[in-house]
Design a protein around this ligand. Structure first.
Ligand code: SF4
Length: 716
């Protein structure tokens, strides 16, 4: 039966003076999300925003009907309340996922408490709703690991103070307490109930709170990992079971979900396996050899060299010779797995170690962990599963930490082997929606080659029901096809809507694109590069002088950013210049705190950065942010595209989405005024000019002198 008042579904209802209702609200009518957002007299909003109300109403319907929804909500719509209120009042457990931790924290620290306080004030029965963040394990300190490494050291007292003052052992609390601690000692290798600190552990407490919460606020990577684990363990719910998921900052959802579903191995992986194996042997009385590692080593190097050559030649097609090497690598990895899971080997190893619970731990790992599936299904595991429970405790191993070390080491070795095996197998299979790449990473001063096998689109990895995607940039030309395609909803039944910004953007900001005589089209190589860079640097210098700072200059290339910075310095630009090279951790905070500052920034400043008011009066975009042709996802999309010219359907939409994000930094409130400058003169000459200007939604002005006068006028 459904309550007339709060809409809760309960087995018993009462006939009350207010109507037919449940024991909590007695049938009293309470405002729903739309009422709360429509009526300022109800005390939650100061003004009525049509977009916010409509969005809340449509999310309500979506939660009830499970129909997936895609919403573009412009700046100022108030999207977080438009989705949080219906989710809370629905009484259904909901996960909200974001791309950036700043939004995650805003929802948990500000928006959700504000709703809760309001619902308490009006006596709403849903005021008792609970909420919690879900972070990755690396955000938490592991007491057992800290104790193992730090107990007895001179800074151990600092760790004890941290664990006393931090409820959940979150490393960010150490910053708040001004304690410098080693945040590598995190909960990544948590062994769960086997740990003797399990009952008091902050990380475990945080997980329990999250699993009991009605609203969980997480990030896209963890959400992706939740879905990934569900594939191999259908009954395991990393984030608990939930009825609906709302993905905010949805234009970034692909990155997080793709990362969760990416398999990787590296040139260093064999060293890591060796390291883990050596660690395993630290507690053994005698040496135990794993000769398969040495046999695999030259093959491994040859395989990575071949794959790297292919990658550098911009090819993803595995030739016959490389395929043969990879097959040998897979066989070598199978040999290691078989040896590590061989009963005689394990018995010898554990006998040498003479500790008490290893056989049991291994048995538990094999029986409880479906991944890696080939190992779990291997007939080799049977003897271990049926082996008698381990031997009595050995004197001299009083703490469980040593056991943890052994167990985790063996588990990690098998995980590393299995990850590598899966990565190599997948790239051999050449699956239609997956691609691979080699990434070069610096490790201990040496270049490590990392092989990644990853999904192209995330459709098939995300649900196609009970999901809402929200972002300020999700549609192009009022159409959601591109995004729907990427999340696997194209051609399926979904609902979409656009809620434009309530601001009068056309009157609040103008767009200036210099004429081609002043700035040539972008050059990245050849004899004209310097002339091109000088032209954009000179324009930036003029504009900054006129505006006297309060500007973001957004680049697509570090080399151009460095050039412009040096140019401004060499010409004696008089106001402060801030960038990540000078302020690696707090460039944005410095910018906010410094009068007349200019921030020079690349990728990380194009989105998710919010500077309201006169402090950000001008945004200069130096070059249209077309995707790199070397990007494996772009290459794979081109390969998948059926047709001659994929560029207008792949690269152009990608650029328009990113351009809108960059431009979106400018106007954050109704009172903001400003100037967007795009120094890329392809916006004057190319056929997509009109489309880009429409996407930006600003009025173009054509005269630099006029622009500079306008900028000077604002300074009085
Ligand atoms: S329960 Fe896990 S995270 Fe907590 S102290 Fe033990 S091993 Fe570390």
């Amino acid at each position: 039966m459904k309550c007339n008042g709060c809409a809760a579904v309960m087995p018993f209802m009462e006939d009350t003076p207010q109507g037919f209702g449940c024991v909590f609200c007695e049938g009293k009518q309470f405002p729903d999300a739309v009422d709360i957002l429509t009526e300022p007299s109800l005390g939650f909003v100061n003004e009525t925003r049509l977009g916010q109300i409509t969005m809340a109403d449509e999310i309500n319907t979506s939660i009830e009907s499970t129909t997936p929804t895609l919403f573009e909500a412009g700046t100022g719509v108030g999207k977080s309340f438009a989705y949080l209120l219906p989710a809370i009042l629905s009484g259904k457990r909901t996960v909200v996922s974001t791309a950036k931790i700043t939004l995650q924290q805003q929802l948990v620290d500000k928006d959700l408490p504000r709703i809760q306080t309001y619902l308490e004030q009006i006596g709403h029965p849903r005021a008792t709703f609970s909420f919690a963040p879900a972070y990755g394990k690396n955000k938490y300190a592991c007491y057992a690991e800290c104790e193992r490494i730090k107990a007895g050291e001179k800074d151990w007292a600092k760790y004890l103070r941290f664990f006393k003052d931090s409820e959940y052992g979150l490393w960010e609390d150490a910053d708040k307490l001004h304690l410098r601690l080693d945040n590598n000692l995190n909960a990544n290798d948590c062994i769960g109930p086997d740990c003797r600190h399990y009952k008091t552990c902050g990380y475990i407490k945080s997980r329990k709170t999250m699993l009991a919460a009605d609203i969980v606020v997480t990030n896209n990577w963890l959400l992706g990992f939740h879905y990934k684990l569900r594939r191999t363990m259908p009954h395991f719910h990393l984030l608990g079971e939930f009825a609906h998921v709302i993905v905010d900052e949805a234009h970034k959802v692909e990155d997080g979900i793709r990362t969760a579903f990416t398999n990787e191995t590296s040139l260093n992986a064999l060293d890591k396996i060796q390291y883990r194996f050596d660690r395993l042997l630290d507690v053994a009385d005698e040496q135990f050899e794993l000769p398969e590692l040495a046999t695999l080593d030259p093959l491994w190097k040859a395989g990575f060299a071949a794959l790297n050559r292919l990658n550098q030649a911009k090819s993803n097609i595995i030739d016959t010779n490389t395929a043969a090497v990879i097959q040998d690598l897979i066989k070598g990895l199978d040999d290691i797995t078989n040896r590590l899971l061989d009963k005689t080997t394990l018995d010898t190893m554990f006998e040498q170690m003479s500790t008490f619970t290893h056989t049991e731990l291994i048995r538990r790992w094999i029986t409880k962990t479906p991944s890696p599936a080939p190992i779990a299904n291997s007939p080799l595991t049977a003897p271990i599963v049926s082996a008698p429970v381990g031997m009595p405790p050995r004197q001299g191993f009083p703490t469980i930490s040593d056991d943890q070390c052994v167990f985790v080491s063996l588990e990690k070795i098998l995980e590393l082997v299995d990850d590598s095996r899966e990565t190599f197998s997948n790239i051999l299979k050449a699956q239609p929606n997956r691609t691979w790449m080699i990434e070069q990473r610096l490790f201990n001063g040496k270049t490590n080659l990392v092989l990644k096998d990853m999904p192209v689109n995330i459709g098939g990895y995300m649900p196609d029901k009970s999901v809402t995607y929200v972002s300020a940039t999700l549609a192009l030309d009022d159409n959601f096809d591109v995004f729907a395609d990427r999340v696997g909803l194209r051609g399926k039944n979904y609902k979409s809507d656009i809620f434009p910004s309530p601001f009068n953007i056309r009157k609040q900001a103008y767009l200036y694109i210099p004429p081609i005589k002043d700035v040539p089209e972008p050059q990245t190589m050849g004899p004209n590069v310097t002339a091109y860079r000088e032209a954009i640097a000179s324009q930036i210098y003029e504009l900054l002088l006129a505006c006297e700072g309060d500007t973001f200059v957004l680049f697509t290339s570090n080399a151009e950013q460095d050039y412009v910075k040096n140019y401004l310095i060499s010409r004696g630009y008089p106001h402060p210049i801030i960038d990540k090279a000078t302020y690696p951790t707090d460039a944005l905070a410095r910018y906010r705190a410094t009068p007349k500052a200019t921030l020079l920034g690349s990728k990380s400043f194009w989105e998710g950065v919010d500077v309201a008011g006169n402090k950000l009066f001008m945004v200069i975009i130096t070059k249209l942010p077309f995707p790199q042709q070397s990007d494996p996802i772009i290459k794979a999309r081109h390969a998948i595209f059926k047709g001659d010219n994929a560029w207008p359907f792949i690269d152009l939409p990608e650029m328009l989405f990113d351009l809108r994000q960059g431009a979106g930094r400018l106007i954050r409130t109704q009172k903001d005024r400003g100037m967007l400058v795009v120094l890329d003169t392809r916006l004057r000459t190319k056929y997509y000019r009109a489309r880009a200007i429409k996407a930006l939604g600003l009025t173009p002005v054509d005269n630099l002198a006029m622009v500079c006068k306008g900028l000077r006028d604002r300074n009085g």
